[in-house]
Design a protein around this ligand. Structure first.
Ligand code: HEC
Length: 262
């Protein structure tokens, strides 16, 4: 088992899509694919998995930045329309990944990756469209529509429509449905070490699973701390005990599973 579960640590920067062609050697030398799939396929799947995680996290962050607006008492129409969301999603994603989903033709990424990114952006927008009554609900107060709920709804729908699984997870999850499996736990433990390099994803390919798995670490911004920060143990607005996380600390991960097709 241990030999099958060979972890391949991939430098996010070395494998960034923009520098992909020139740094391929640097990425490839760390790899020991055990799936029998061609190295090129594995590299492409890994790019896909990482970009999907960045896109889901970008959506989570746009929701996070608007949380206070959703909960406002006085303003009933929040003007957080699906189009407003989509614009911000694409801007955040472009600044984080260097990929512009408005101009996918020009992007130097595989066609299959483009298709999945488009689908994820579409699903994200649909989830925001369906949440309009929740977001604009009279009376303000805490809205259910928080980053984790957005992420879970998007993940579920995306998995239904594609072959790719997207999940949010943490070592001590609030929601038991987000509990890590063995592979996810190993990666989360690595991310939790304060000396672990920031934003380094962890991925693996095994013959047994027949899939590429990638773990993308999440870090707290100031707004996450409203719920996940101090004072530790005190209930946040959603009724869960705060975790006492500090700014920039690892807060869990997005887990991506893509089946390998020969
Ligand atoms: C309004 C409060 C609130 C904010 C703000 C918030 N969270 Fe959460 N978070 C929650 C709740 C509640 C859950 C559990 C949701 C559920 O029932 O699935 C959760 C779940 C999660 C999970 C999934 C694992 C688990 O515990 O179930 C991760 C990862 C996470 N949050 C990270 C973050 C990060 C990173 C941010 C900032 C970008 C953030 N959260 C902002 C309240 C919040």
């Amino acid at each position: 088992m241990a030999s099958r579960l060979r972890w391949v640590i991939v430098s996010l920067l070395a494998c960034a899509v923009a520098g992909w062609a020139s740094s391929e050697g640097a990425c490839a030398k760390d790899r020991q694919p055990e799936s029998g799939a061609p190295l090129q396929t594995i590299l492409e799947l890994e790019t896909t998995a990482r970009l999907l995680a960045v896109l889901l996290d970008s959506g989570r962050n746009v929701i996070n930045e608007h949380q206070v607006l959703f909960d406002e008492q006085e303003k009933i129409e929040k003007d957080f329309t699906p189009d407003v969301f989509e614009r911000q999603l694409l801007d955040v994603f472009r600044s984080r990944s260097g990929t512009d989903l408005r101009d996918l033709e020009a992007a130097r990424i595989p066609a299959g990756t483009k298709k999945l990114l488009k689908e994820l952006a579409l699903v994200s927008k649909q989830v925001v469209a369906e949440a309009q009554p929740e977001i604009n609900r009279r009376g303000g107060g805490l809205k259910e529509f928080i980053p984790a709920i957005f992420g879970a709804r998007v993940g579920t729908r995306f998995t239904e429509r594609t072959h790719v699984r997207l999940k949010q997870t943490a070592l001590a999850p609030r929601n038991p449905l987000n509990a890590p499996d063995t592979v996810e736990r190993t990666a989360l433990e690595a991310f939790a070490d304060p000396s672990y390099p920031r934003e380094k994803v962890i991925s693996e390919v095994t013959a047994k699973s027949g899939s590429l798995r990638l773990m993308f670490p999440l870090y707290t911004t100031r707004k996450c701390l409203d719920c996940h920060g101090d004072p530790k143990g005190e209930l946040d607005r959603t009724g869960y005990p705060r975790e006492g996380l500090s700014l920039g600390q690892n807060a869990g991960a997005i887990s991506v599973v893509i089946p390998i097709r020969p």
